[in-house]
Design a protein around this ligand. Sequence first.
Ligand SMILES: Cc1cc2nc3c(=O)[nH]c(=O)nc-3n(C[C@H](O)[C@H](O)[C@H](O)COP(=O)(O)O)c2cc1C
Ligand code: SF4
Length: 449
Amino acid sequence: MGKKLLLQHDHVPGIHTLQVYRDHGGYSALRKALSSMTPEQIVEEVKTSGLRGRGGAGFPTGMKWSFLAKPPGVPRYVVCNADESEPGTFKDRYLMERIPHLLIEGMILSSYALGANTSYIYIRGEYYYVANILEMAIAEAYAAGLLGKNILGSGFDCDLYVQIGAGAYICGEETALLESLEGKRGNPRIKPPFPAVAGLYGCPTVVNNVETIAAVVPIVNDGGAAYAAIGVGRSTGTKLISASGHINRPGVYEIELGVPVEEFIYSDEYCGGIRNGRRMKAVVAGGSSVPILPADLILKTSNGEPRLMTYESLADGGFASGTMLGSGGFIVMDEDTSIVKNLWNFTRFYHHESCGQCSPCREGTGWMEKILHKILDGHGTLSDVDLLWDIQAKIEGKTICPLGDAAAWPVASAIRHFRSEFEEYVKRGSSIRDVKHYFRLNNLPEPVA
Ligand SMILES: Cc1cc2nc3c(=O)[nH]c(=O)nc-3n(C[C@H](O)[C@H](O)[C@H](O)COP(=O)(O)O)c2cc1C
Ligand code: SF4
């Protein structure tokens, strides 16, 4: 059994309430921090822990915190990114719905460490009921003197607000999130300046993922060194993985970073193997934005070593044969899965969610969706596959925000590893009736000719 730092009490009845959370050690990190640690000491512990942002990019949290500008007389903000809209990712929802006080305690600790007296949790619109859970927990925290003025008699003041988004994936991109929080359309900003210098209302701001902020609680409780002792190399601590697809035990798992991918997929402690005794065909390891890998490449690195659930091991082989840990949205596909149909589904999502500011993303995602639809419809040609490749290459790295890359990588990797499947569709010219049947079966809107 791996060590758990975030979900060790997730099944305790009533753990969403302040009383039960406290009965299980809750808010001890906050007491410790406010009574015996300076803000700088907390930042140091976070640096020592090696914690990396759990929102997708894996940027070192302590380093991000140390970039925060501190001009005198200017407010600073801590903003929690609870937008969680990456297909295949549902870990933040689980954490907030089960143990809302863990996030709240992490928010107060982070706000104290960074000198923020006003902080926000920006949550996606579809998580309305989770926002209610958070609001109830925040009300409990205010009533107990854990939020508001002079928290626990320390002299530190902090107000925490929940802001509900309107259900746009792009508002998970941190600068689009800040625009939305300011009441504007959620368009990503051109960087620099980065939020650490000019974020919310033009003030220095740290934006961190739900899981990242929750991890500050065990780091303060046990010390950064204890956190860093878990994991492998620069992938320290534990990570929440949302496991879905054709596996026997889908769900949210807290793993120690470094678990072999094979163990994660096949052991009964985690995914429990492939459903119905089927063979595994492919895995999307870190949410829909990361490259898809075929079964052999997800299990082994380029030198034949077992691949591990770490940032480095999953990325081994670069774009040729590697992928990314990303947000930890682990989607397993069995041998009956059509990679082309799956890719069409992902691409449709990115086209729909593009904010439209950059031509390569706005137009390119639409073109890729149309071409994939044409191939699925049985009207594709071999040159369409080359055209798809060409379009994704013209999006990657040429846009204001990484949504463009996120749309390009699944296409590039699907063609790289499963080109023969695209060619098969072209050669077979699959009949529209079959496709319509597929869409009906999967409760998807039928393609329009
Ligand atoms: C299109 C897009 C969507 C994103 N969605 C999320 C999200 O839902 N949650 C999240 O934490 N980060 C998301 N990110 C990453 C954020 O921009 C940012 O890197 C992250 O919130 C930083 O927190 P971390 O350092 O704790 O990971 C998204 C990025 C992009 C480009
Ligand atoms: S890459 Fe796409 S989502 Fe990002 S700013 Fe450009 S158009 Fe908008």
